[in-house]
Design a protein around this ligand. Structure first.
Ligand SMILES: [Cu+2]
Length: 158
């Protein structure tokens, strides 16, 4: 009986696209590929209403947004060192997330909400040093080229 209940709960959950998710992103000294000082996931696709939570799996990291590198109306956030921090997605668009001590080494992530890449230029203009900027550029490119198929026919001009 328990099994049946669980299965039906999952079905109900997946049939409501609007149901908000909590997306957990680890802060790591080393990922499975061997990269050092990284977020567990670097291209994060989300929808308005989702909560994105950064967790301190390893020490000496934080997660925070970058001035100018988030959609209009989206509230900035800044996590403390060695602490989890979460924020609720309220606007479509791109948000750059960095670990302050390691952003120059490339410890950054890009949140893509609603497959809206409209503020990509603002992300690239924001102050992120060193490899962090390079990685954000690569993540924007990845977001462009891996957009879900259903989203592609609408706009061929970009
Ligand atoms: Cu870090």
């Amino acid at each position: 009986m328990r099994k049946i209940l669980l299965a039906s709960t999952l079905l109900i959950g997946s049939s409501f696209a609007a149901l908000a998710d909590t997306i957990e992103i680890e802060m790591l000294n080393k990922n499975e590929a061997g990269d050092r000082m990284v977020f567990g996931q670097e291209l994060i696709r989300a929808e308005v209403g989702d909560v994105i939570r950064f967790v301190p799996t390893d020490k000496s990291h934080n997660a925070q947004s970058v001035k100018g590198a988030l959609p209009d109306g989206q509230e900035a956030f800044k996590g403390k060192m060695n602490a989890a921090v979460e924020y609720t997605v309220t606007e479509p668009g791109l948000t750059a997330v960095v670990c302050l001590p390691h952003q120059a080494l490339g410890m950054v992530a890009l949140v893509v909400v609603g497959d809206d890449l409209g503020n990509a230029d603002a992300i690239l203009d924001a102050r992120v040093p060193g490899k962090g900027k390079d990685k954000l550029e690569a993540l924007i490119e990845e977001a462009r080229t891996t957009a879900p198929a259903a989203e592609q026919p609408a706009d061929q001009s970009s």
